[in-house]
Design a protein around this ligand. Structure first.
Ligand code: ADP
Ligand code: ASP
Ligand code: MG
Length: 405
């Protein structure tokens, strides 16, 4: 007998028929004698609709009310799955974030889980009851509902698995595992049997939506055995593991892309000490994360600074900076949402030179201009015009020898 956490994403609970299928899948584990907690997402498309309504109600909205609205999708699926399980004769009960509670910090819209009180869940599970937990949501210290950022049910699941000391956390989704790149864009993408925590973390944080970044951080920290697998087919998925469990190490193991960033260029900023702090200070104050940054060489004491923020934060970032135009002394502010960040990732980069060069050469051959570059120990990222997403991914996938046979 094992304790398992099973997580079902939006497409897996997209309608009643799929929810019934999920119930059957869960029942199989219960019948095998396992203690089961299930984490569910909202039905696919629902969270997007809720976000759209919030934005329609108020463009620069209050994050607490955003959370009140967008957390509701998971309430519906948790209740429906509990009912579908009961209908199969399985003892099941739904749990919302605040009922457990899943305590988070107060960063509404992208809160972090701080603590999960598992006492009641453990008690109920020991009595044979399946806990159906609404993913994506928690309770802030301000006693208000919080959400964990888009894709956050993955994090709910891994955090719950860690807190319950579960044997495994299975993330059921609409692909049968983690691929070398998004299989919906590159038909020749290859499924990986295993991927290291570190590479998965980098893939996720560079945009591979198959797992939310924070969920991989938690899996790595608490050594949660996490598997990504299909909710529609019965076959093994991809296991996220320690580096020493991987026999054949590739130099580049995956390519990720992120269309959710936007570029901002500040033209002709005074090039003096403290200017970067003055620019990024107001963004930090508004809880806006900056990702890539490039500063040009200065001419006559002035320089251009380009950086990226989440597309969702673009309006707020522009507003925060325009408010300081006099103080910062820039001539123009150019926002550009039409960009994509493409990243090649692999632990093998630590010991092999030339990975970045191959990326630049491949993109040059396709006539794709690179706007910003950043690197870390195990990844190289470039920012290019969004229209080149597919072309860049396919060309790089072939160049690094990742294409399926
Ligand atoms: P869920 O609703 O189940 O959470 P998501 O849409 O969040 O599902 O994540 C699954 C999607 O992630 C896939 O449909 C696929 O298009 C995308 N994806 C991006 N990169 C990868 C990758 N490297 N491997 C597998 N899937 C990926
Ligand atoms: N429903 C939320 C979203 O669409 C959380 C999730 O699916 O993981 O972002
Ligand atoms: Mg997801």
């Amino acid at each position: 007998m094992a304790r398992l956490v099973l997580k079902f994403g939006g497409t897996s609970v997209a309608d009643m028929e799929r929810i019934r299928n999920v119930a059957l899948r869960v029942k199989r584990e219960v019948d095998a004698g396992h203690e089961v907690a299930v984490v569910v997402s909202a039905m696919s498309g629902v969270t997007n609709q809720l976000v759209a309504w919030v934005t329609e109600a108020c463009r620069l909205h209050d994050a607490r009310e955003y959370d009140t609205v967008v957390a509701s999708g998971e309430q519906v699926t948790a209740g429906l799955l509990a009912l579908a399980l009961q209908n199969l004769g399985v003892n099941a009960r739904s749990w919302l974030g605040w009922q457990i509670p899943v305590m988070t910090d107060d960063t509404h819209g992208k809160a972090r889980i701080e603590d999960i009180d598992t006492r009641v869940l453990i008690e109920r599970m020991a009595q044979g009851q399946v806990a159906v937990v609404a993913g994506f949501q928690g309770l802030g210290s301000d006693k208000r509902i919080t959400t964990l950022g888009r894709g956050g049910s993955d994090t709910s699941a891994v955090a719950l698995a860690a807190a319950l000391k579960a044997e495994r956390c299975d993330i059921f989704t609409d692909v049968d595992g983690v691929y070398t790149t998004d299989p919906r864009i590159v038909a020749k993408a290859r499924k990986l049997d295993k991927i290291t925590y570190e590479e998965m973390l980098e893939m996720a944080s560079q945009g591979a939506k198959v797992l939310q970044t924070r969920s991989v951080e938690l899996a790595m920290k608490y050594r949660v055995r996490t598997q990504v697998l299909s909710s529609f087919e019965d076959k093994p998925g991809t296991l996220v593991v320690d580096e020493d469990e991987i026999v054949e190490k590739e130099i580049v193991s995956g390519i990720a892309y992120n269309r959710d960033e936007a570029k901002i260029t500040l033209q002709s900023v005074a090039d003096r000490p403290g200017v970067a702090a003055a620019i990024f200070g107001p963004l930090t104050d508004a809880a806006i994360n900056v990702d890539m940054i490039v500063q040009n060489v200065s001419a006559e004491g002035h320089t251009d600074i380009t950086f990226t923020v989440a597309k969702a934060d673009l309006d707020r970032a522009v507003a925060a900076l325009r408010g300081k135009q006099k103080e910062l002394g820039f001539k123009a502010l150019l926002p550009d949402p039409g960009v994509v960040k493409v990243s090649v990732i692999g632990v093998g980069m630590r010991s092999h030179a030339g990975v970045a060069q191959l990326m630049f050469k491949t993109l040059a051959e396709k006539g794709i201009n690179i706007q910003v570059i950043t690197t870390s120990e195990i990844k190289v990222s470039v920012l290019v015009a969004e229209e080149y997403t597919e072309l860049a991914l396919r060309a790089l996938h072939t160049a690094y020898g990742l294409d399926a046979a």
